[in-house]
Design a protein. Structure first.
Lengths: 500, 222
């Protein structure tokens, strides 16, 4: 069998370069930048219009934030309630502390059915844990059925966007991948396929239909889980979700523990804010909800795998836990000036963009180069916070995580409290901050220093020497005025004598 | 220790800062948002439903109970399917003028057999005007979820104004979460190529929504 590579290589886990290194490469890719610019600008304007249709958007956003916060603050209780209601409705609940355990559980569940292939609904959780690779290692083939995931899978590529994982590909590239790869996986691309999006969608329809019709096992994530009723919700556009949720005999859903909402009524907030934030639609084409199993309609067996994998560690951080409110709409990616230029791959995670920059270092810890660099992958402009439908203050968490990287301190990893050492590369930054603190608490020294700086301004270099070189490589040094402000203030009597 | 206990223990420790008497659910948030947007008459709400359905490329028809069978006949004749799927509890009058051979939901056992049927006719549970959504709940006139998914042509009959609500909050209030629900807003679509919407992927590529008005809806039901 050729083409056995499925998505990201996870065995061993991939090592990603630090964000600045990867981003530097990405910004030199003209095609990538063109594709991203086109796509993000298209969706930005549409989102703004869809949001403006609702006069109570601010209230919906606030309610979404409060519902999620409340749920997180009582997560243990709601998890137990969910387990009880899903079980009562005929589902089987499993708990997975980390990615390996989740992969083991799912692999075993598939093996118990005797099947060697599964169809998958697009799911961030299963990407995060590298499920496809784990199944592949066990001889089980996982077919991605979302159009963008299919493009990524066929192209032996990595996802670069939460909602549209193939956003870095334009129609011409997609056509090429379909023509080249589809025959390896099943039904070949139609003869004379052009790059019109409608024809490409039709090619995907034909290619995947045979897989849907024969599938015995479906694997999904979920957008929401309702604690009081045990209902799961999948929001989608293409109908591949409906196919995977209703045609197979066995359904396995892998869902992060933070996806709970307390009651059925709470969905009234998110089913309004999610579609408008993600695809800029009043409502996405298809939403499926199911509660356990239903006699004679849909899968006869339903497994729910509740996934921790760093979420409880994130929950332990009082500032950082707000990242768990995320409903994966990807509005923050679409407005981010850094994402638009660097692209999703530079973030070295299935969660790119602003939300990825605060989620990945919390889920995975800041030990690796990429995770320690992600809190810096931002200009702190705040556009992400503005559009977030659950009001995650991403800049606040970024600054908080920067502090953690530079200063170290107590964090929770795999449920244990540990003390992080200050990161290595930030010695100069720490020294500069210490010097600044000393200077600002010694007014005499500050005055002398400022006067000295003013008098020597003609001799100042344009870039910093030594450890400051990298910092000034992308920034202009501020020009020093001819006279320090405080001297000016005294001389002119607070500006009143300025005219003299 | 099981993973269940491990995770629940981690959650409990992570929330050490949250007071035991933290605000209960009923008081935790103000639902300061609207129950529906705008002030409309019943007729205007139905009109908005028709507009929003059409905006997402559903084909909307309006008729009354007497004309309904003939309209369904014409819609099917335009497509010319040999077979048409019908759920077990579809009012027989609806199909009384239609030509194609009717196939009943339960008779189609495998997805492959289902794939050979081109059209399906159903009712619905409710429709949401503000979003242009029809919701199926597996009721007798709607059948199993798969029958409105695999065929390429779906004709869905909405009784107006009885089955129409204005908004998402009103819809959730009327729906039963224990039933498997399918919310449909236009034919299947994708935004996966350059974030631009294209209609027609895996679900039915043609969605025709028939809005039936008139008092006779009670008779049709019986």
């Amino acid at each position: 069998m050729s083409g056995t590579f499925v998505g990201m290589p996870a065995f061993p886990p991939p090592v990603y370069p630090a964000f600045p290194v990867a981003a530097h490469e990405a910004v030199n890719n003209q095609t990538l930048r063109g594709n991203l610019r086109h796509a993000t600008h298209t969706i930005r304007a549409k989102r703004a219009k869809a949001v403006a249709e609702l006069s109570d958007w601010a209230a919906l956003r606030e309610a979404g934030k409060q519902i999620k916060d409340h749920t997180l603050r009582h997560l243990d209780r709601y998890l137990l309630q969910l387990e009880e209601s899903v079980t009562a409705a005929g589902g089987i609940v499993h708990w997975a502390a980390d990615a390996d355990e989740a992969n083991r559980i799912v692999t075993q569940l598939v093996q118990e059915t005797g099947e060697s292939e599964v169809v998958k609904v697009k799911s961030m959780a299963t990407q995060e844990i590298g499920l496809n690779e784990a199944l592949e290692a066990a001889g089980i083939r996982a077919y991605e059925t979302d159009l963008a995931e299919l493009i990524v899978q066929l192209g032996k590529d990595r996802p670069s966007h939460i909602l549209v994982p193939a956003i870095h590909r334009n129609r011409g590239e997609i056509r090429e991948i379909f023509v080249r790869e589809m025959s390896e996986w099943g039904r070949p691309a139609p003869e004379g396929l052009t790059d019109s999006p409608a024809e490409l969608a039709e090619a995907a329809r034909l290619h995947l239909r045979e897989k849907f019709l024969r599938a015995k096992v479906g694997i999904s994530g979920a957008n929401f889980m309702v604690a009081d009723t045990g209902t799961l919700v999948v929001v989608e556009s293409e109908g591949n979700g409906r196919m995977c949720l209703t045609l197979p005999e066995t359904l396995i859903s892998v869902v992060g523990i933070e996806k709970i909402v307390p009651t059925w009524q709470d969905l009234e907030v998110f089913l309004q804010t999610l579609p408008r934030s993600s695809t800029a639609e009043r409502m996405n084409p298809y939403t499926s909800t199911w509660t356990g199993t239903t006699d004679g309609d849909g899968p006869r067996t339903f497994h729910l795998v509740l996934l921790d994998n760093g979420r409880t560690d994130t929950l332990a951080d009082e500032v950082g836990r707000q990242a768990l409110r995320c409903i994966r709409c990807s509005a923050c990616l679409n407005v981010c000036p850094v994402y638009e230029r660097a692209g999703g791959h530079a973030y070295g995670s299935v969660y790119p963009g602003p939300i990825g920059a605060i989620l990945s270092p919390q889920l995975r810890g800041t030990a690796s180069e990429i995770d320690a660099s992600l809190p810096y992958a931002s200009s702190l402009c705040g556009a992400c916070y503005e559009v977030c439908p659950v009001a995650i203050d991403i800049p606040e968490v970024l600054v908080h995580l920067r502090e953690r990287v530079v200063e170290g301190g107590p964090v929770t990893r795999e449920g244990n409290k540990v003390v992080l050492q200050p990161a290595k590369g930030h010695a100069a930054e720490r020294a500069a901050m210490r010097a600044a603190r000393w200077t600002f608490t010694h007014p005499g020294a500050l005055r002398t220093g400022q006067r000295l700086a003013s008098r020597t301004r003609r001799f100042h270099p344009r870039t910093l020497p030594g450890p400051g070189k990298a910092w000034s490589g992308t920034r202009d040094l501020p020009a020093v005025p001819a006279e320090p402000f405080r001297d000016w203030w005294q001389r002119t009597n607070g500006g009143k004598d300025e005219a003299k | 220790m099981s993973s269940r206990e491990r995770i629940l223990g981690r959650v409990e420790r992570a929330l050490a800062d949250v007071p035991r008497d933290d605000t209960p659910y009923d008081q935790a948030f103000a639902r300061g948002y609207l129950r529906e947007h705008g002030d409309r008459s019943v007729e205007q709400t139905v009109e908005l439903l028709a507009e929003n359905l059409a905006d997402y490329r559903a084909i909307v028809h309006r008729t009354d109970p007497e004309e309904l069978p003939y309209l369904i006949m014409r819609l099917l004749a335009q497509r010319g399917p040999q077979y048409v799927l019908v759920p077990p509890g579809l009012p027989p009058e609806w199909m009384s003028a239609a030509d194609p051979t009717r196939v009943h939901d339960r008779a189609v056992s495998t997805p492959h057999e289902l794939d050979k049927v081109e059209s399906v006719v159903t009712g619905c549970a409710i429709a949401i005007a503000e979003t242009g959504t029809i919701v199926l709940d597996g009721g007798p006139d709607q059948g199993r979820r798969r029958i409105t998914l695999v065929p390429d042509h779906h004709i869905c009959v909405v009784r107006v104004p009885d089955q129409v609500v204005s908004s998402v909050p009103q819809a959730l209030q009327r729906l039963d979460p224990t039933r498997p629900l399918t919310w449909i807003s236009g034919p299947s679509a994708t935004s996966d190529i350059e974030l631009d919407r294209v209609e027609g992927v895996h679900g039915p590529r043609t969605l025709e929504v028939v809005l039936v008005s008139g008092q006779a809806s009670a008779e049709v039901n019986s």
